[in-house]
Structure formats: C-alpha cells, structure tokens
Design a protein around this ligand. Structure first.
Ligand SMILES: Nc1ncnc2c1ncn2[C@@H]1O[C@H](COP(=O)(O)OP(=O)(O)OP(=O)(O)O)[C@@H](O)[C@H]1O
Ligand SMILES: [Mg+2]
Length: 466
C-alpha cells in the first residue's frame, strides 16, 4: 500500500453492488472499508479518520443523511460523495448544502464514480474554506471550554451540571493534562456561586511553611516577614469556590486544619485567635490515588471521605480517542484566532489519523501543544499536514489498539478474526519491504522461519483447506 493511499469508507446496504464497487476501488489504489448499515458506518467513523466517505442516502435504520452529518461534523475535511436514487435530485442538493462534495445517481457506471471521486480529491484544496465553516463546534459538545463528544465526556458534562447545582465538595481525579482544572472551573461557572470568585491554590507549588498562611491568611507579626494582616485564599473565596489542586501533597497538620474547615465551616488566621465563619464550596483535585494513600497512612481517611463526597473522574485521552478530531478542531479555532492576523486552518485526515494512533501520556495538554507547534510550522497554509506535526510526535508511544475492531451485534469468530489481523499485518509488512521476507520479519519482530510458517498456515486457513 502506498504511503498516501486514500482511505475510503463505502456505505451501502446492497451487498453485491457494494462489494463490486469496493473491489474496483481497491484496484484503483483506494484502501476501502465497507459498511452495510448507517449504524456500522457511524461506528467506523468513530475510530478512524477516513479521507473519503461514499454513502447511499437510502439506508435502513440510520439513514445516509445522518451518516453524512456525523462524518462532516467529526471531520470537516472529509470528502463525502452521496449516492442517490433516480429522481431524487432534491436530496442530492440538500446533501451538497450540508457539505457533501458531490453526488452520483443510481444506476451508474464505475468510471462515473471514479471521475466524481478524482475531481473531488483534486478540489480538496479549494474546499478547505468550506471545511472551516463546518468545523465550528456545536455547543452541545462543550461546556465552558471542556470539549468532547464521546460517551464518557457526555456523561461527564451531565455530571458536572448536576454537581454545579449543589454546594457539595467535589474530588476530581485524573492523569495530568486531562482537564481537571477546566472541569473545576466549569462547575463553578455553572453554579449559583458564579457571581463570586473561583480561587485556585496549588498545594504542591507552595512550600509547606507558606501554604498555611496562604490558605488561611495571617495576623500582623504572626511570623517573620508577616508585616501586615492578610486575608488567605479561603476568605477570598467566600461565597464562591475554592479549588485545592494537588491536595494529596498536603502535610498531616494542614490536612487536619482543612478537615475542620469542611466540618465546621470555620477557621482562624495564622497568629490570630479570632474565629472566622466561611461559606465556601471546595473542589479538590489530585492525580494521585488518594484511596491508596489512605491505605498507606499518608492521607487522612476522614478527610478523604469529606473531600470525596462527589467523585469526578476524568478519563485519559487514550481512552477516548474519538474525541481527538473534535479537540483538534477546537484548538485550531482557538489558536488560529489568537494569531495576528487571525488564521483559519484545518488538519488533513492523514494527520488526524496519526494523532488518533498515539497514547498521549500528557493527555489533552500534550495534544494542544502538538497542534500549536503544527500551526506554527504550517507557514500560512490553510491545511496542516503530517509533515507539520514534527519529528517529536514520532516518539510518542502508539496506542495498544489502533482502530478498535468493529464488534457486530451478532458477535464474531475470534480466532478467524485474529488470523485475519495477522494476515493483514504480514501482508502489509511484505508490501512495505517489496516482498523481502527477512526485512518483513524484522518489522514484525519475528524470526524469518516463523514468518514463513505463519504465512503458509494463514493462507491455507483463508482458503478453507486447513
Ligand atoms: N476536554 C478538554 N477540552 C478542551 N481543552 C482541554 C480539555 N481538557 C484539557 N484541556 C486543555 O488542556 C490543558 C490542561 O488542562 P488542565 O490544566 O485542566 O489539566 P489538569 O488535569 O489540571 O492537568 P495537571 O494534572 O497537569 O494539572 C489546558 O490548556 C486545557 O485548556
Ligand atoms: Mg491542573
């Protein structure tokens, strides 16, 4: 397969026609995947950034229009070709208005489809303006700067809104860069406390000796250098929200004081006996496992339960790869608008495929940095391509499962499936090495003899001889 072969998703419920077209498209160098229903097409689009989608408008169940809408919304740069029945030009026109590149009417000759495809591919450049217009994210996929459309993120948005209405303490957990602070701000901004302050304090960034005074404030002369009386962050957050970041790093002494605030809603400034009453919503965040720290005796159990009234868990980016295209759109819009003069830029499907294949240990923050860098290296072009992603990205770990397999309702034959995957990868390695088995085996981390054995066995299996 050539490096820049176009990946195409073909959606049609007429199996014979679909298979015939798929075969001929493959002859013309397309890498074709087939879907026999709208539901299947939607599932495939979730996992993979196709360059082209060719879909029949008439499908049982989820119809072609919904497939088209989802494809364009997820991937503003995808090329969509619509297949319509005879005498349904109106549908075709609507599809074009929606953002499809072109349409073809059934019955058609294969060459006519090929022509439509090739001219759409040529016109891709002209259409990136269009793509940008389509890439304006809908509000339903974001709350307060938090973007996502995967199931986990939609559930999270709902949870945040529910939580916002209450004054309960929230504990946000998640790996670095997953959006913990953003989630805390979203809760505050959707809450009845939004007119008052959101005060953030990072417990790990302030030396322990200063943290107490920072949090509770101090009286004049409370310690060397305390020249005047000072309000702490807690008081500043009165009637608003206090965000305690990296709460796991707090010393035992401070943990005890914080517990009192949560239980009694009162405290004293350092060096002052006067008790102050306070009305504050506390949101804490941590990337460490507080439950484990409790078991190990480094975090107070009673404080843990006081903080963990409502747990909010932010998923790692690699667990919701389907959000990557929409996050890329979001960052391109945000960062593009900040440039002088403002720029409107999209990203090629191939570049998006690369980004979807990485494991992202630094999560969304790391993705944002990569997009920012790519934007800087795109030198005024309207489309970012793989080359702009830079060499660093190649060093990112790859996700264990690139392209989650489609799992049909009726189930699969696991062994045959795995054999199919093995065969595909072996064939790909042989294509890449022009049939050189020694090199192919090296690419697969196999012994040459093992490769040859596998190949023989698999091909026999495929032919049904086994
Ligand atoms: N779902 C999201 N949508 C849009 N931007 C996001 C999302 N999640 C994170 N970000 C962006 O990624 C960056 C990191 O987010 P944030 O600071 O909230 O992460 P964090 O979990 O607090 O990380 P850390 O543990 O390292 O402090 C920010 O620039 C934020 O805007
Ligand atoms: Mg943070």
């Amino acid at each position: 397969m050539a490096e820049n072969a176009k990946h195409l998703l073909l959606v049609d419920d007429e199996a014979a026609l679909r298979e015939a077209i798929a075969e001929r498209l493959a002859d013309h160098g397309f890498v074709v995947e087939q879907a026999s229903s709208g539901e299947e097409a939607l599932a495939r689009l979730t996992d993979f950034a196709f360059d082209v989608i060719v879909t029949d408008l008439r499908l049982p169940g989820v119809d072609g229009r919904a497939v088209l809408e989802s494809a364009l919304e997820r991937y503003p740069d995808i090329i969509a070709i619509i297949i319509t029945g005879f005498g349904t030009v109106k549908d075709a026109v609507n599809a074009i208005k929606q953002g499809a590149a072109d349409f073809i009417t059934k019955p058609f000759q294969f060459d006519a489809l090929l022509h439509v495809l090739n001219s759409a591919l040529e016109q891709r450049r002209l259409r990136s303006e269009n793509a940008y217009l389509r890439s304006q994210l809908e509000d339903r996929y974001r709350i307060d700067g938090l973007v996502g459309r995967s199931g986990v993120m939609r559930n999270l948005f709902q949870l945040l809104e529910t939580v916002a209405a209450t004054s309960s303490t929230v504990l946000i957990t998640g790996e670095t860069g997953t959006g913990k602070e953003l989630a805390a701000r979203a809760i505050h901004h959707s809450s009845p406390r939004r007119a008052n302050r959101f005060v953030a304090i990072n417990c790990s960034a302030i030396p322990e000796t200063l943290l107490e005074a920072e949090l509770f404030g101090h009286a004049r002369g409370a310690f060397t250098g305390a020249v005047g009386t000072r309000q702490g962050r807690l008081e500043q957050a009165n009637k608003g929200t206090l965000f305690l970041d990296e709460v796991g790093t707090m010393s035992p002494a401070l943990q005890a004081k914080l517990l009192r605030v949560l239980q009694e809603r009162e405290f004293e400034r350092v060096g002052d006996a006067h008790t102050i009453k306070i009305d504050v919503r506390v949101i804490a965040a941590t990337h460490s496992d507080l439950g484990k720290m409790v078991a190990e005796g480094t975090f107070r159990e009673d404080l843990f339960y006081r903080l963990n009234v409502i747990p909010v868990q932010l998923p790692a980016l690699r667990e919701r790869r389907e959000d990557i295209p929409i996050l890329v759109q979001h960052f391109l819009q945000k960062l593009g608008a900040e440039q002088a003069p403002p720029r409107t830029v999209t990203m090629s499907q191939e570049a998006i495929r690369r980004l979807m294949g990485y494991a992202w240990p630094g999560n969304v923050r790391q993705l944002e940095n990569v997009v920012e860098r790519a934007l800087a290296f795109s030198h005024g072009r309207t489309q970012i391509d793989v080359a702009d992603l830079g060499p660093d990205i190649q060093n990112l770990p790859v996700t264990a499962e690139t392209g989650t397999p489609w799992f049909p309702d009726e189930g699969i034959d696991l062994e045959r499936y795995i054999e199919g995957v093995e065969l595909t990868l072996i064939k790909r390695s042989l294509e890449r090495t022009q049939g050189n088995k020694v090199q192919a085996a090296r690419l697969l981390n196999l012994k040459r003899t093992t490769l040859i054995e596998k190949l023989k066995r698999l091909e026999r299996g495929q032919l049904g001889v086994s």
